[in-house]
Every structure is written in C-alpha cells, then in structure tokens.
Design a protein around this ligand. Structure first.
Ligand code: TRP
Ligand code: ZN
Length: 877
C-alpha cells in the first residue's frame, strides 16, 4: 500500500458537473442494503465540453448503472476503490445507479451503519460516498427525495430529511416512507434513521407565525429523558430569531438519539442526529455539566440550520466558516441563558488548556489549513474553538450593530450557496467599513501569539506607558510569522481607589474600559491624566486568543482578585496568583526541598470566602485551582509528579487553614429542594461541591461523613457523582469500594451512567489504576466499538489521569497504543483522536519521550488508516 496523499486548498476547482435533484431509494437490510440513486445532472457552464464525470464511492458494490435509461457497457465506465469515472456524458442527463452496502459491518460509524439495532447515517465529512456514488463535496447542492423501505416490525419508524410526503405498506411485512427536502443541500447533510423508536412531540410558533412540529426520537426506555433537550431547543429557536433574525424553515424539526456516534451531534437538515450522551438528561442520571452540555449542543446543531446548512462551505478547508461561527453563536446563547461570566471562564479555561496545547504540538494547524490527508482529523479545537474566538474578536472589533448587519448581509447574500471565509469576513468589512485585511492572518497563521507587556507609571506627570510586544512561535511548516491585529481590552485599576480610572489616549477620552489595537510587533500606548498609580487589567474577557505575560507581583494579583471590575479578569488574577505559588512548590518538589505554602494565597482565599460576592457561580470558579493539565501547559518541561504533588499540597494547606469557612460554605449551599438545572441551583451545587473537595483533601472523619451522606442521599447525579468521585479518589479503599460497587449495580442497565462509573474509577490517583483499566475493558458494559465507552475509559485515563498515564515504566503508553492499534481497524476517526496524548511527547523528560516515541513507532509499523497515518506521521516528523 502506498502512503495516502494530501489534498491542497490551492488545488480547488469548481465541480465540472452538478446535481440539481437527487432521488434515493433505500431497501434496508443489515448485511445487504440496496441503494438506488437517480441523479439529475448537468455540466457546469464553465466546464469544458466532454469533461469526464467523476463520482466518489467507497466500499460500494455496483449492481447497475445507466445514463438516461441506457445501461452502460463495461467499457464505458471504470470503478476503483475510491471513485467511478464515466469518460463521456451529455450536457444534461439522468444517472441511475444501484449499489449494495453492509451497514452491519460498518464499525467506522461513517456512512450507513447500525447502532443498537437501528439504522442511522453519519455523512459529514465524507461519509455519503459510502452510501452511493456521488460528487461528495459541499459545493454540490441538490434537493433530495428519499424513499426508505424497511421491515414494519423491526423498523416501524423510517426517517429522512425534510417532510414526509408518502407512506404505505409493501409485500412481505415491509413498508416505506418517502421524504422530500426542498432546500438544496450538500450530501454531507443527508440523513436517514430507521428503527423501533418512540417520540416526544412539541410545537413552536416562529416569529412570523409559522407552526413547526418538534420531535425527539429515542429508544422507549429513554422517553423520560428528553424534557431538557426539548426546552433547550425551543429556547435556541427563539434566541436565533432575536439575536440573528433567523427563523426555522421547515414544518418539522427532528432530533434522534443514537448510542454509537463518533462526535457529539450532527446538524443534518431537519433531522439532527445526536450522540445519546448529548441529548438525554435526567436529574438522577446526568450532572449539571451534562445538562449544560446538552443545552449548548442542541443549540449548536440548531444554529447550523443557517450557519452551515442554508449557507454552507465551498470546500472542507472552510470548515471553520460554519464551525467557528456556530460555536460562537452557541457560546453567546449559553451566556445569555446562564451566567455569562462563568460561561466565559469555563470556555477560556478549557481553551487555554486544550487548544493552546494543540497549537504548541506537532498537529498545530491554522483555522484554515492549506492541506490535509484526512479531513476527519480536522474537527479540532483549533477549527472549532479558536475559530469561535476569531469570530468573537470580529464581533468586538466591528461592534454589535455592525456585526448584526454583517451577518444579515452574509445570510442574505449567500443563502443556498457554498462559500468561503473571505466571503464572511468581506460582509463584516462591508457592514462596518473597518479594514480587516491584517485580521485575515488569524485564519492562515497557526500557533498561539505571545504578548509580552510591561508598564510604567510616571508620578510626576500622571502618564501610564504600556508597552506591548507580540510574537507567534514557529509551528510545523510555518517558521516566520507576521504581526497580527490583536484587540486588547483593558482597564487601569487605581491602587488607592480600587476603581477603574478614566482612560485618555492620544487626547481622546475612552471611558474606563477600552480596546486598544496591537498591530505592530511592538507598540507603545501612553495613557495620560492617570490620577493614581494603577495596576493594569489586561486582556479583559480574554479579548484575544493569546498568552499575555505581565510582570505582576503577588500583591498586584491579590489586588486585582479583590478589585477588578471585570469578573473574568478577577478570576484570572486568582489563577495567576495560584500559578506563582504552584511554580515555587513544583520547584521545591523537584529539588527535594521542603514545601512552604504562600500565605498570600491563603489570605486571598480567606477574603473570597468571607466577601459579599453576588455571583456565586463565579465564586465557585475562583475557589477552583488550575487543573493539572493547565499547570502543565504553563511549564517549560512537564513534571507530572511534581505538578500533582504541588497541587495537592496547596489543596491540603488551604483546607487545613480554612476548614471552618469551607464547612460553613458547604452548609450554606446544601439544599433538598427538587432538582432544577437553573443557574442558581447550579451555582449552589458548584460551591457546595468545591467546599467538599477541599474538606476531603484532609480526609478527616467529618469530611468523609459528609461525602458518604451526600452519596447516600441520592438527591441528584451532580451531588452523587461528586461524592462518589471524592470517595473513590480517597485513600480509604474500605469506603471507596462499597460505594463504587453499589453505584455500578444500581446503574448496570444505563449505559450513560456506566460511562461515568468508568470515568470515575480510571481517574483514581492510586498506582494500581492501570490494572483496573485493563480489568474494566473486559467488563460487560464496555465495548471498543462504542465511542462513548472508549472515551470514558481509555480517553479519560490517558487524558486526565496524568500521574498514572505517564508512569515511568511506560505501561500507560503501551496500553493506549494497544487500543489505538485495535481501533485503527474498527474506527479510524476515534483511533486518530485517541493518540493525542502520545503526540505531546516533546513536553516531557527524555525517558518519557523515548517511551512515547517507541509506542508511536509501534503504531506506525501497522497497516494504517489514513486518519491514524496522518497523526502518527506528524507526531514523529
Ligand atoms: N458538524 C458536527 C458538529 O458541528 C460535527 C460532526 C458530527 C462530525 N459528527 C461528525 C464531524 C463525524 C466529523 C465526523 O457538531
Ligand atoms: Zn458544528
């Protein structure tokens, strides 16, 4: 086998033929589904006369082929493993094909496959070519008419995109439904679901008064778990009308929950397909985090109806056009629905941990890559989350009114078209009159820009001079970086008053909170008439996806933590303060010196615990230490053991010094009110559980008793899971084991709860955890074929149990590589994602580097899918 070849953006050519209408008939069968396709095709006006017709197709058995009703002779076409070529076709014609496929043996979960006995599809990005021969590219948009034929007993429900227009029964216990989708769409938005499903139904009246039927389809036992998704859907539909003036455009909107799914969910037109973990909730089975995740994913997929479906991507290099924009839209929706500062804190702390790490590793790529081997590898944090940060910067740069005018223009001008990132930015430029040419570099330049800032206050004349220097480190294939246009939101907080001081720059007064524009490599900003010495509060709200360094002293940070008017930066000051203390402790641990706790951190926490804070959810975030992964991201060389020890030390010292405050906090936020996933209750549970974590860090009898009681009270999954996690991670096996056993037995029937049970156990810090992972892989509730199980057990272990994954004997790495090798055959998309922790080898000491590289080499020696090949090649380059 020869190595797979990359596809280049610069090679883009418009399609020679387009499909105006697609008629499909599926005769479903687990091992031998027949797919008939009738494609109404025409040559593109600009394509040259006589251009050959090339259709994509993989793993298809061709049964018949005809043009305008005339079967083709064997010399009139050719088929290989990837495509079908017909050398000569008329200008306009009907192409009829019939193929056979095997959903039951499709373990890659791309194309038509089976999940818990039902048939379902996943076509993004290039799965439709596993269903029929087709120009499987997003710039070919057609209307679809789909007939699904199945067994009336095993597939009583037959769904596809659009509106049902005909149904009836057929001989031999079969029946059919025909669906019409009047909106032209690319093949990646095609969907079909067939099985024994039940529905929950609701209605929505659009702003213009149209009635829409909303349905959520699930397996019968999950009927009680759809309320939150339905309520979230209605909120999202309303929000898109208000925030973007976008209405839904069909009479029917369906969501289906499936158990086996590679990602969170998929925005197929009129028929969103969801990973059951991203749609099902119940107070007893789902945590607050899961409730919020469901809300944001339901909204995300719904928002794609405009940002993705009505206006789609010209080619897959433009993926962030729909994903970055849609993530930005779902983030704003969640911020409006819940606590906006907490939403921002959560998003940024995840971003700075995971996307920064991606940007610093061997798979770093721009938001718009210029080549790929396997597009399935580019559904990344960079495309999604950094893409969203860039749209957020745009919206801040042009301001809310111009942003809305720009998005209106974008949706109107390009409705029904497949477009590029330039098209989107051009609308924003046109609507605002602001020159965005330098800004476009954000799309082509990979890596995280670093800003080094310093400032000086001149007591004599009241000037504050702020100097900013930017630099973006080299990334694979990109060595010289240009200066970016970086919006830096800031305030100057007076050290005497504790207030934001009025800002005057170049004689212009700018209020007390403003955005300065860094465009040069180095730039100086002189604020005049600054009445007292300030501490600068920089990059408020994380106004750009950069690393900003400023030589803050610990007093400065404690001051900002107490006084900054920007909630986000108050939190960030606390994180920076904790990081300084952690750095010292990490060094002490490495040097074998006694660890000494920084009392300023203790005092800052004491202050927080006793201050009047109106946003309790923000307080819970402020009381949370940076994660081990985030701390690691800050270190020049990652020492997992020192990080783990340092963080535990801080937790224990804080808990010892502030035990009574934490106990008080716990009691004040404990409640037996019926569960609701509302912001107030979520904040209270967050605070209570943060307090319990600290108390359990000292593991005294009172703390253990609290955790046991909380577990036994069985009030809601948020509290139960948190208590079980603390008990399981404690040193007291006599308490951990019975709780784990009880939980496992109680929930053996519920796969989504069992996933949590797996995740809780494999994050145990105890050194025997590796045996546990191996043991749990043989548990009847585990299956390598189910992506949720793989993520819960293997992904969680390798990504979150840092001390044990990075064991010095290499056993953690070996286990991961073994799973990757097996999954490479079963499900290449999941296999490729799972390798991520091994690709970060350069961040560790030499011993670990060698062990990790050896496992990557072992993977490379296998016969690899393009997905795994691409990741491993980059990791070893
Ligand atoms: N477009 C989907 C989303 O935004 C992503 C997605 C779902 C996907 N399933 C996939 C991407 C499978 C690649 C492969 O949520
Ligand atoms: Zn998306």
């Amino acid at each position: 086998m020869s190595d797979p070849k990359p596809t280049y953006l610069s090679d883009y050519r418009p399609p020679a033929y387009r499909v105006t209408h697609t008629e499909l008939t599926f005769d479903l069968d687990a091992k031998a589904t027949r797919v008939k396709a009738r494609l109404h095709m025409e040559r593109h006006p600009q394509a040259k006369n006589g251009a050959a017709l090339e259709l994509d197709g993989e793993r298809l058995t061709l049964i018949s082929i005809a043009i305008d009703g005339q079967p083709l002779g064997e010399d009139e076409y050719s088929v290989d493993a990837e495509r079908l070529i017909i050398e000569s076709v008329p200008q306009t014609f009907l192409l009829d094909t019939e193929v056979e496929i095997s959903p039951a043996s499709n373990t890659a979960l791309s194309g038509l496959y089976q999940s818990s006995g039902m048939f379902c599809t996943q076509c993004e990005a290039e799965g439709f070519r596993r269903i029929t021969f087709y120009p499987d590219r997003p710039d070919v948009m057609a209307t679809f008419s789909t007939t699904v034929i199945g067994s009336a007993t095993t597939e009583p429900v037959l769904l596809a995109n659009g509106n049902p227009v005909e149904r009836g029964s057929l001989p031999e216990g079969r029946h059919f439904v025909t669906w019409d989708d009047p909106h032209p769409k690319p093949s990646y938005l095609f969907a079909l679901v067939a099985g024994d499903l039940e529905k929950v139904e609701d209605r929505f009246t659009t702003a213009s008064g149209r009635e829409v039927t909303l349905q959520i389809w699930v397996e019968e036992e999950n009927l009680g778990k759809t309320d939150h998704a339905m309520a979230s859907l209605k909120r999202a539909m309303r929000w898109d009308e208000h925030a973007y003036g976008r209405e839904y455009d069909l009479d029917l909107f369906m969501i289906v929950a499936v158990n086996d799914f590679n990602m969170g969910a998929m925005e197929n037109k009129g028929l969103n397909i969801f990973n059951s973990a991203a749609v099902l909730t119940h107070p007893h089975t789902a945590t607050d985090v899961a409730f919020q995740r469901v809300e944001s994913i339901v909204a995300h997929e719904y928002f794609h109806n405009w940002s993705g479906n009505r206006v789609t991507c010209r080619d897959w290099f433009q993926l962030s056009l729909k994903e970055g924009f849609t993530v930005f839209r779902d983030q704003c929706f969640s911020a409006d629905t819940n606590s906006a500062p907490v939403k921002r804190i959560e998003d940024v702390s995840f971003f700075r941990t995971a996307q920064f790490a991606e940007d610093a590793g061997p798979t770093a790529h721009p938001i718009r890559p210029d080549h790929y081997i396997e597009i399935g590898n580019f559904y990344t944090l960079t495309i999604y989350e950094k893409g969203a940060e860039v749209v957020r910067m745009l919206s801040n740069l042009v301001g809310p009114e111009a942003f809305r005018r720009g998005s209106d223009l974008y949706f109107e001008r390009f409705d029904g078209q497949a477009v590029t990132i330039e098209d989107f930015v051009a609308c924003m430029q046109e609507a605002s009159g602001i020159d965005l040419s330098q800004f476009m570099l954000w799309y082509s330049q990979a890596g995280t820009p670093e800003i080094d800032a310093h400032g000086e206050y001149d007591y004599a004349n009241g000037d504050y001079r702020l100097i900013l220097r930017q630099r973006t480190p080299a990334t694979p294939g990109q060595y010289d970086k240009q200066a970016l246009h970086i919006p830096v939101r800031l305030g100057l907080v007076g050290t005497k008053s504790g207030r934001d001081l009025p800002l005057t720059l170049d004689g212009e007064s700018l209020g007390s909170d403003t955005v300065i524009h860094l465009r040069e490599e180095e730039q100086e900003f002189v604020f005049t008439d600054v009445s007292e010495a300030p501490v600068p509060s920089l990059l408020r709200g994380f106004s750009a996806p950069v690393k900003l360094r400023f030589p803050y002293g610990r007093e400065d940070l404690a001051f900002l933590l107490a006084n900054d008017s920007d909630g986000f930066n108050r939190w960030d000051a606390g994180q920076r303060l904790a990081m300084l203390a952690l750095d010292d402790l990490i060094a002490a641990h490495r040097n074998g010196v006694e660890k000494v706790m920084d009392t300023r951190v203790v005092e800052a926490f004491r202050h927080l615990l006793n201050a009047e804070i109106d946003d309790r959810a923000v307080l819970a975030e402020m009381l949370t230490l940076p994660s081990e992964a985030y701390i690691a991201e800050q270190q020049p060389l990652v020492d997992v053991d020192a990080i783990h020890a340092a963080r535990n030390f801080v937790k224990q010292r804080l808990a010892t010094a502030l035990r009574d405050d934490f106990l008080r906090l716990y009691k004040a936020n404990d409640s037996d009110a019926p569960y609701a996933p509302d912001p107030d209750q979520i904040a209270a549970r967050g605070l209570k559980n943060v307090a319990l974590s600290y108390l359990m860090a000292i593991e005294d009898e009172d703390a253990i008793e609290l955790a046991r009681k909380q577990f036994a009270a069985d009030h809601n999954m948020t509290d139960v899971r948190h208590a079980l996690t603390l008990l399981t991670h404690s040193s007291r096996d006599d308490i951990a084991e019975p709780a784990l056993k009880a939980f496992g037995e109680k929930w053996a029937h519920d796969p989504l709860v069992m996933d949590q049970w797996f995740a809780i156990q494999v994050t145990r810090p105890q050194p025997d955890v590796l045996d546990r992972v191996a043991f749990l892989m043989k548990h009847p509730a585990f299956s390598l074929k189910n992506p949720n199980k793989v993520r819960a057990l293997i992904g969680t272990f390798a990504g979150q149990n840092r001390v044990n994954f990075h064991r010095l004997d290499g056993a953690g790495y070996r286990l991961l590589a073994d799973v990757v090798i097996e999954l490479n055959r079963l499900n290449p998309e999941i296999a490729a994602r799972l390798i991520t922790p091994l690709t970060r080898w350069a961040r560790f000491d030499e011993t670990r580097q060698d062990l990790m590289k050896a496992e990557l080499e072992r993977i490379r020696a296998e016969e690899l899918s393009p997905n795994v090949f691409e990741v491993v090649e980059k990791a070893l380059a």
